[in-house]
Design a protein around this ligand. Structure first.
Ligand code: SAH
Length: 204
């Protein structure tokens, strides 16, 4: 597959990533919209964080972030996910992009991962269902990576920044966007669920 030449081209490719077959609310399983995924991965790419690098996606879900990184030239990918149903969706998407041999699936809780990579990408649970759900993701990212590109609701950026700064990571990129999610769950009554997010890159 040819390397996408723009953020737009990458977003179009990523729009082919299929969603969860059986989404689980307690794990906050939402697929990052392709435009936001593309914008985040492109920002990492522009800062030399993707090409030839080993990249790990913590809480990979259906794989949109790691697929984006691989399409832009990451060397090797690791997709960490603990839900076996999501892993089936992930496998199908990796195969559809011909990436099944370049991305290793790690079926585990993020806390149990032992890897060293250059770059971590993630859209961790925001802690809506279970407060503190994102903390293991932040801690693991700083343990295994040189940098982490992630998505956070805008109102939580300062809290996350403080945690990462304590661990020696500072912001190298930040941009705002709207996250729009379709109503995946019965209690999402509105047509689209819309909130402000920050796309942010932290590095050592
Ligand atoms: N990265 C994907 C999915 C985000 S949703 C995307 O951007 O579209 C968060 C994912 O993390 C879900 O698939 C959920 O099953 C997984 N997850 C939640 N807690 C986890 C944990 N402790 N360890 C591993 N995976 C976890």
């Amino acid at each position: 597959m040819e390397v996408p030449k723009s953020k737009k081209e990458l977003a179009i490719l990523l729009s082919r990533v299929r969603g969860y077959t059986s989404p689980k609310a307690e794990l906050e399983q939402y697929v990052t919209p392709s435009e936001i995924a593309s914008r985040l991965i492109w920002a990492a790419y522009e800062r030399g964080r993707i090409v030839g690098k080993n990249v790990c996606d913590l809480g990979a879900g259906t794989g949109i972030l790691i697929i984006g990184a691989m399409l832009l030239g990451a060397r090797r990918g690791y997709a960490v996910e603990k839900d076996p149903d999501a892993i089936e969706d992930l496998k199908r998407n990796l195969s559809a992009f011909g990436l099944e041999r370049r991305v290793e699936i790690v079926e585990a809780d993020v806390s149990d991962v032992e890897l060293r990579v250059d770059t971590v990408v993630m859209n961790p649970p925001y802690g809506v269902q279970r407060k503190g759900a994102s903390l293991p993701f932040l801690i693991k990212a700083t343990e295994i990576g040189e940098c982490v590109y992630m998505i956070v609701p805008r109102g939580l950026l300062e809290e996350k920044r403080a945690i990462l700064e304590d661990r020696g990571f500072g912001i190298e990129f930040v941009e705002e966007d709207w996250m729009e999610l379709p109503p995946t769950y019965p209690w999402h009554d509105s047509r689209m669920y819309r909130f402000r997010v920050c796309l942010v890159g932290f590095a050592k």
